[in-house]
Ligand binder design. Structure first.
Ligand code: PLP
Length: 442
């Protein structure tokens, strides 16, 4: 059995997180419940930051907050001195509610609306990562009309695609994101922004994939972007002060995943950049990175209560819990793999192979195809590990299930971060037909 971060087992055989008994958390807050190990989040944030400090490289570590966006996690990110990536007006609004330092907010996205860009200008955020020519025109106009300074990065596709267990280099990128580095688009974008009075092009950004386990993809990307920066110095006599290499650092969902320590990825990419800078007498750019999953993924655990059971003789036993694809769509969406334990029976052997099913009306609503649990019975508590990234942020009200509560634990303390939805919340946007209110019939 593999435990994450501050997870442990107490004398009663209960799983604890941050020194807090998960059984008592379930009793206090109800289930399903998402529990975040805030000490693990802080540890990861500091490991990334210290890696750059030790190398004496200027850096910004931005939490890619689409992985889990809430006021409370933004407040913790602020405490840790992180920057913040947002990808929509809604995430920006959440950051403003958390009073996140505006200059540390970076705005991403392949289709930012004019309203969203105006919002970003109004809030004077730190940087907009420009994705395409349409956006260049909009930002051009906004900065000119408002006579307002804005820092930008150009998102490029470097022709390096990294996946979990392999990487490939492609000549031409087929991606909806960014300017192609090889076919002249990135040069054209750079030229259009170069001599603008109010727009400051800090450099380039790329994000090569997710759940990556090797450093080679990042090294290739760093080389590709830096080569372009050397070319631009030659052609335009411009030095780019920032090199943003994105996120995607892998974590361990199951024993098949063998990630490096998260900070190891950034150490190697930074060293590659440093070497190129030295060789070419180029002022070392600040390295920006954007971890999402590796900050919140294994820090999150979902607690479910066991309900019904169904045995299909000689085939499998279904154990159904009180949540499912509505609070974690990743297994149904990408066949994502997880592990779980019977959190109130941690001292018992976890040797019963069952299928952990959700309660949604979809046959595909299975959370874990083959889970090894300790004789799960009705009302037992299941802890599903590593659910902190892209679960709550992708949660829905499918079947009109209320979304779970989220609680932060740290140093034997627990605190509510997102309250559980109520049935009133479920219908708060619904409008009853006028004629029904008037008592009319058709
Ligand atoms: C999603 C995303 C990230 C974070 O990816 P993780 O796999 O969660 O680390 C970083 N940068 C950009 C631009 C992204 O779109």
């Amino acid at each position: 059995m593999y435990l994450y971060g501050t997870q442990s087992v107490n004398d009663e055989g209960h799983l604890t997180i941050g020194g807090v008994d998960t059984v008592s958390l379930a009793n206090t807050y109800g289930t399903p419940l998402m529990v975040y190990d805030i000490a693990l989040f802080r540890e990861r944030a500091q490991a990334f930051k210290q890696t750059f400090e030790q190398l004496e490289i200027e850096a910004e570590v931005a939490y890619a907050s689409k992985a889990f966006s809430s006021i409370a996690i933004y407040e913790v990110a602020k405490e840790e001195g992180l920057s913040l990536d947002v990808v929509s007006g809604g995430e920006l609004y959440t950051a403003i509610q958390a009073d996140f330092p505006r200059e540390k907010i970076h705005f991403h996205g392949n289709n930012k609306s004019m309203e969203e860009l105006v919002y970003a200008f109004d809030e004077e955020i730190g940087c907009i990562v420009i994705d395409n020519f349409t956006e260049i025109d909009m930002i051009h106009k906004l900065a000119t009309d408002r006579q307002q300074k804005m820092n930008v990065l150009l998102r490029v596709t470097p022709g390096v695609e990294a996946s979990t267990h392999a990487y490939i280099t492609t000549g031409q990128e087929d991606s909806k994101f960014g300017f192609d580095l090889k076919n002249g688009q990135a040069d054209e974008a750079f030229k259009r922004l170069l001599h603008h009075e109010y727009i400051d092009v800090l450099g380039m950004h790329c994000h090569i994939g997710s759940q990556i386990f090797e450093t080679i993809g990042f090294e290739l990307a760093a080389k590709a972007l830096f080569k372009k920066m050397l070319e631009w110095r030659q052609r335009f006599e411009v030095i780019c002060p920032v090199l943003n290499l994105g996120g995607g650092f892998g974590i361990r969902y199951t024993e098949e995943d063998q990630p490096l320590a998260p900070a190891q990825y950034v150490k190697e990419m930074a060293e590659v950049a440093l070497e190129i800078a030295l060789q070419n007498d180029y002022p070392m750019p600040a390295i920006w990175i954007e971890p999402g999953r590796s900050l919140v993924g294994d820090a999150g655990t979902t607690l479910y209560k066991v309900g019904s059971m169904k045995e299909v003789p000689n085939t499998r036993t279904y154990i159904a819990v009180d949540g499912g694809m509505s609070d974690n769509i990743r297994p149904a969406l990408y066949d994502a793999k997880y592990t779980a334990v019977t959190a109130n029976k941690m001292h018992e052997a976890h040797d019963e192979k069952v299928t952990l099913a959700g309660k949604c009306c979809e046959s595909g609503d299975k959370l874990i195809e083959e889970a090894l649990l300790a004789s799960p019975k009705q009302d037992d508590l299941i802890a599903m590990f590593c659910t902190g990234a892209y679960s709550y942020s992708m949660a829905s009200n499918y079947n009109r299930l209320p979304r779970p509560a989220v609680v932060f634990v740290e140093n034997h303390q627990h605190e509510l971060a997102i309250r559980r939805e109520t049935y009133e919340d479920i219908v708060r946007l619904d409008v009853s037909l006028q004629r029904t209110k008037r008592g009319e019939t058709v």
